[in-house]
Write a protein that binds this ligand. Structure first.
Ligand SMILES: [Fe+2]
Length: 207
């Protein structure tokens, strides 16, 4: 795949400008580059395209946990649900042979900035379908830790053919990661700070 390796000062960019650039894939603007998936995070190269096939295989599953609510709404803006540190979560859904999967359902739910879930309604709960290039994004917040759990996102990915992967995503800088028995370093997002919050990148590979 075409890959552009660029080192740039993300702290000067906003979440919106990074997202806009990423969604404009196809142009050669610098803003079109974005956080690499985790497999490239240490090298800080910023890649337009996913790095499937260079990682360790399909995305690992993780427990659903006790706080999933059936039939969430279609929603990508979780920011209007609650206060909290803003995070734009982006990535691809890829098949085992590294092809982007359009129309996959990415169902996200997580705790708020106080470590609480909305178990009555659908705050911080919703799904998106990947676009024609297999991309998804959410505008949300950074969740807090709660009862033995380091901060995490819960995600279910459902392919158009029907298969579902249930997993969780983690932040690389959380001191409680190693204390959480469910924590899996293979599920770390690549998280970068920008001028108005953070961008988290994770590409799901369904085997
Ligand atoms: Fe949880």
């Amino acid at each position: 795949m075409t890959r552009m390796n660029v080192t740039m000062d993300l702290s000067r960019l906003s979440r919106r400008s990074v997202l806009k650039g990423w969604l404009a894939t196809g142009s050669v603007l610098l803003a079109n580059t974005i956080l690499a998936p985790k497999s490239h995070a240490d090298r800080l190269d910023l890649s337009i395209t996913p790095a499937c096939g260079e990682d360790t295989g399909p995305t690992r599953s993780a427990t659903e946990g006790p706080f999933y609510s059936e039939n969430p709404p279609e929603k990508r803006d979780f920011r209007s649900d609650v206060d909290g540190p803003p995070v734009t979560l982006i990535g691809y859904v890829l098949s085992a042979d590294c092809q982007p999967v359009p129309g996959a359902i990415v169902d996200l739910w997580h705790a708020n900035h106080k470590g609480q879930y909305d178990n009555q309604g659908f705050k911080l709960r919703g799904y998106q379908k990947t676009d024609a290039q297999g991309r998804y994004y959410f505008e949300t917040i950074r969740p807090a830790e709660y009862a033995g759990r380091t901060p995490h996102y819960h995600v279910k990915i459902t392919l158009p053919a029907g298969r579902t992967l249930t997993t969780q995503l983690y932040f690389p800088d959380e001191p409680r990661n190693e204390l959480d028995h469910l924590y899996d370093s293979a599920l770390l997002m690549n998280v970068k700070t920008v001028s108005d919050g953070e961008i988290g990148r994770f590409d799901f590979v369904l085997g």
